[in-house]
Design a protein around this ligand. Structure first.
Ligand code: SAM
Length: 323
């Protein structure tokens, strides 16, 4: 079992397979951003599989493929198949779903169990304004395909923004209830200028209002080992999760680290602590040396982020770290 200096068990690895994205969400990637990682620095599927294998031997049980937009990485289902062969308990995918309809079956066949889909609004114009792209129909087709092939559960990630999509929260909740999706509302984090310029909305009062309106009760079982706190309708059919890094952080139970496309392991979304694995992978390191490096890297995991105290600290966008 991997454990950090604060006695937190680290059993969850998020693997970014690209820092590129076909959308430009207002809180994430700047519209004219050009500083993407060079392809020769991208970890290959062999390198990713070898490194994830080392994490798995040390106790990592859950892996999420993310990005950027992971479905932009060619042959992603092939990588998923190789990772699922490592005997993980959970292999999930985060996607904006613009290309999910094309790949859902191959991903399912490769061993991906479930997907989280970014969807901030059900209003086509609002989606275009937030994402910079008329992507709504493709996302809906992607969601439909994911359900058809049995990727389950399907969670909808909604970044809640004051004056942008806060009027749609109830509509989103009812849409999720009706389709059996789990809505997860997320507070915007000050990652890069884009994140900092986002109209932050405290989800505490929103949660209280939704709990009263839909007569929600706290979910006691863990739904994915992540930071979301879940509530459900009394019939157990509808579920809403709240991710509140700003108003009520969850660092004391953080169980994850993040690998970027160039092989840098970030120990915390909101801090700079990192360790580079690419030089080891390309420099002939043995499996034992890789495992020793992972143990060393986990020692660097900081106690908590400082998004509230030092909002200007982080210049990385979410898509660079791997959301
Ligand atoms: N492209 C994939 C997707 O859309 O899910 C994976 C990467 S994306 C960066 C992962 C998640 O990060 C998305 O749900 C997105 O809404 C969220 N995100 C990006 N920037 C954020 C920010 N500044 N604050 C909160 N969430 C953010």
């Amino acid at each position: 079992m991997l454990q950090d200096r604060f006695a937190r068990a680290i059993d969850y690895l998020r693997v970014s397979v690209t820092d590129r994205c076909d959308l430009r969400c207002s809180y994430c990637l700047p519209a004219r951003f050009k500083g993407f990682e060079e392809p020769e620095h991208w970890l290959t599927f062999d390198e990713i599989t070898r490194l994830v294998g080392a994490f798995a031997r040390l106790g990592v049980r859950r892996v999420r493929l993310t990005g950027g937009e992971p479905l932009l990485r060619r042959n992603l289902p092939e990588l998923a198949g190789r990772l699922s062969g490592l005997g993980l308990a959970d292999l999930a995918l985060s996607t904006n779903a613009t290309q999910l309809a094309k790949h859902a079956q191959a991903l399912k066949d490769a061993g991906v169990t479930r997907v989280n889909v970014s969807l901030d609004s059900l209003d086509r114009k609002c989606v275009s304004q937030i994402t910079g792209s008329d992507s709504f129909d493709n996302v809906m087709a992607g969601l439909h395909a994911a359900a058809e092939v049995g990727l389950s559960p399907i969670k909808l990630n909604m970044v809640a923004m004051r004056g942008v999509n806060d009027a749609e929260i109830d509509t989103m909740a009812e849409f999720a209830f009706a389709h059996g999706y789990i809505l997860r509302m997320i507070e915007a984090m000050p990652m890069g200028d884009t994140g900092r310029n986002t109209q932050y909305l405290d989800l505490g009062p929103i949660r209280d209002r939704l709990v009263a309106r839909y007569d929600l009760i706290p979910e006691v079982i863990e739904l994915g080992g992540g930071p979301a706190r879940y509530w459900k309708t009394r019939d157990g059919i509808g579920r809403i999760g709240f991710i509140t890094p700003m108003s009520q952080h969850f660092c004391a139970t953080c169980n994850r680290v993040r690998l970027t496309v160039d092989g840098t392991l970030y120990m915390c979304l909101g801090q700079e602590s990192s360790f580079e694995f690419r030089p080891l992978l390309r420099g002939g390191a043995s499996d034992a040396e890789l495992e020793a490096a992972i143990l060393h890297a986990i020692e660097l995991k900081p106690e908590r982020h400082e998004f509230v105290e030092q909002p200007a600290k982080l210049i990385r966008f979410m898509s660079q770290t791997g959301g």
